[in-house]
Design a protein around this ligand. Sequence first.
Ligand code: PBG
Length: 332
Amino acid sequence: MSPAGGVGGGFPAVRPRRLRRTPAMRRMVAETDLRPSQLVLPLFVAEGAAEPRPIASMPGVVQHTRDTMRAAVTEAAELGLGGVMLFGIPQSKDAEGSGALDPLGILNVAITDAVAEVGDALAVMSDLCLDEFTDHGHCGLLSSSGEVDNDATLEAYATMAVAQASAGVDLVGPSGMMDGQVAAVRAALDRAGHDGVGILAYAAKYASAFYGPFREAVDSSLQGDRRTYQQDPANVREGVREALLDVAEGADMVMVKPALGYLDVLHRVAEAVPVPVAAYNVSGEYAMVEAAAAQGWIDREPAILESLTSIRRAGADVVLTYWAAEAARLLR
Ligand code: PBG
């Protein structure tokens, strides 16, 4: 008698390598799949831009003009992506982030453009947060003492949500980590007759250094950090709590963000909630692979697919990634 996996008569009794011998065999037993419909492409639209503007820390990603954004959305639909997540970059910012609430603000017109372009061919989603629009760069309104005022911010989010819904969005993505934001947005949408507009809640969002390149992408004016509202990277139970709260408040989907450093959080959240789970493969995660590949230190395409597969394996139904279009092409 030899123990399972042990050596009997000089041979391993169990040989897992048999199932890895050919590509067909490996494909047949793959536990995780990666399909274009599971991918969401984040897009940046800059107000008043005449040409797309490259983002230095995110090679291959640009701040779109309204026209090039429409083309990118059309391409996303042709590639069979699940959706796009839109971010607006206004020409001017103020303390209240009023450009976010203005029906003619850049994000709202971009939503209308995108929906006019693709209709129902893919899900059009929008970031619901003030940070791109405030001159102080915080995700909410500041009190007189300079702190982020949770409840005043909820009122701004409610107005912003209705503006985005009126523009035609399918799912709003509240990403500011204010307490009660999902309930406030849900109530405002319902009151305004937008009960068909869904909420993809950035539920477990961490105060991460891996958002660095995004700050360039949206011309962020933030001084300091977001640690009084985004989560401490040390915490996983708290991430599950945030996700459960968002589900209770009416979230249709929840998100974990960043993705790669938080696969354990993703796994725990996916086990805990009864709704689809998204994960955001953020700007810094993108930039690290791109920078290493540019040096010839990493094989770029396999690194992209491995990153996305790992996020799926950990429990994400949907992955937001700047590689969405390229990955869809690689998967063809
Ligand atoms: C907030 C928002 C951020 C990102 C997405 N939504 C920035 C932040 O919270 O600081 C980061 C995305 C990325 O890094 O790719 N509007």
